[in-house]
Ligand binder design. Structure first.
Ligand SMILES: [Zn+2]
Length: 371
């Protein structure tokens, strides 16, 4: 995420904060400080976000248990995000990963409850909600207990992108396929979002209306993404390879390729060794025009291309949903397709989009839940 800074490492996972997080500290200092002053407000806010980190760690450690790498945990003013390389599609794994976060809040609440009760008996004769805002150990632990329960309840609302939505899909997925389970979970989530929206509007709660709207949109997006994956899973790399593509010799210059590009709609070119057909890299139109703009038209194409060793490779039989994962993992625009040791061609994000467009327009999509 842009404007995020690494502040530490937990269990091998980078912990980052977004720059806007600093604003929430200021807000917390003013809002939670009370009679104890702004420093106490900062302490309260930081402990709140410690809860969020522990929640995200719950998801992350469960994912790592299943061999799914975790890129990082980022703290934003609205909460935390653990970026998993992928979400497990096996229902039981998704269930465990989704529930591990809220489970942390259950454990923390169970640990805080005796503290609050114990301190409460000695300090006051009645435990009230007003206590939460009172500076001190009792106030802070009551606040954290309350925050834990709120986090738990909110996250378990059965709608995407909340944990509850994933728990719901995974639970339905135990009885039917992933696509169908997603469709049902999305419908339930949208219905809840509409109910929540109506309630929020009726009550005049603008923030809640916004959340309801967000949940509705996120549900639709999840549904579309899963449907798209289902379509792409039916196509192998060999079917998506474009024929009659022009490949370049490593001796070509930037200027030569640029003039060739005028008459060729290709936006990227594989560079092959003329002697043995070995794949050397990919020259993109972007890199070529960059080089032209800085007057490097005489340079060899090999000097401006992306080298083969930096490009992920796949087999002819790899399905396009896996190709999509590879592209996302490596944050690149193309993969090299091999048949054993033989280079067969390049597949780009555009090629995947083209296949997807074709499939969804040709009526293939209407049978997407048949599998
Ligand atoms: Zn969560």
């Amino acid at each position: 995420m842009r404007w995020s800074f690494k502040i530490g490492k937990l269990f091998g996972i980078d912990l980052k904060v977004h720059i806007t997080f600093l604003l929430i500290l200021v807000w917390g200092a003013l809002n939670y400080g009370g009679s104890a002053g702004p420093l106490y407000g900062v302490l309260v806010t930081l402990s709140l976000f410690a809860l969020v980190v522990l929640h995200e760690l719950g998801h992350s450690l469960a994912a790592m248990w299943y061999g799914i790498p975790v890129r990082d945990i980022t703290l934003l003013p609205i909460g935390g995000v653990a970026r998993l390389e992928r979400m497990p599609e096996k229902p039981i794994q998704e269930l465990v990963v989704a529930i591990a976060g809220p489970a942390v809040n259950v454990v923390l609440a169970a640990m805080l409850l005796p503290v609050v009760l114990g301190l409460g008996i000695f300090q006051t004769n009645a435990l009230t909600l007003g206590l939460i805002m009172e500076p001190g150990l009792l106030g802070l632990s009551s606040f954290l207990l309350f925050a834990n329960i709120s986090l738990l309840v909110f996250n378990m609302i059965p709608a995407f992108p909340l944990d509850g939505g994933r728990v719901l899909r995974a639970s339905i997925g135990l009885f039917t396929n992933y696509q169908r389970a997603t469709q049902i979970a999305v419908s339930i989530g949208r219905a809840l979002a509409i109910l929540l929206g109506i309630f929020a509007l009726y009550e005049g709660q603008i923030f809640l209306t916004f959340i309801a709207f967000f949940i509705f949109i996120a549900g639709s997006q999840e549904g579309q993404a899963v449907a798209a994956r289902g379509l792409l899973r039916r196509v192998q790399a060999r079917q998506a390879l474009r024929e009659n593509r022009v490949a370049l010799s490593p001796y070509a210059t930037v200027g030569q390729v640029a003039s060739m590009m005028l008459s060729n709609p290709q936006t990227n070119f594989a560079v092959l060794d003329p002697a043995d057909g070995q794949f050397l890299g990919v020259a993109t139109s972007g890199r070529i025009s960059e080089a032209m703009q800085s007057g490097q038209w005489h340079r060899r194409i090999t000097e401006v291309m992306d080298h083969a060793k930096t490009i992920p490779t796949i087999a002819l039989s790899t399905t396009l949903d896996e190709v999509q994962d590879k592209l996302a993992e490596a944050s690149t625009q193309f993969v090299a397709v091999y048949d054993g040791l033989h280079f067969k061609g390049v597949i780009t994000t555009n090629d995947i989009y083209r296949v997807f467009q074709f499939l969804s327009q040709s009526g293939y999509a209407s049978q997407k839940f048949a599998a």
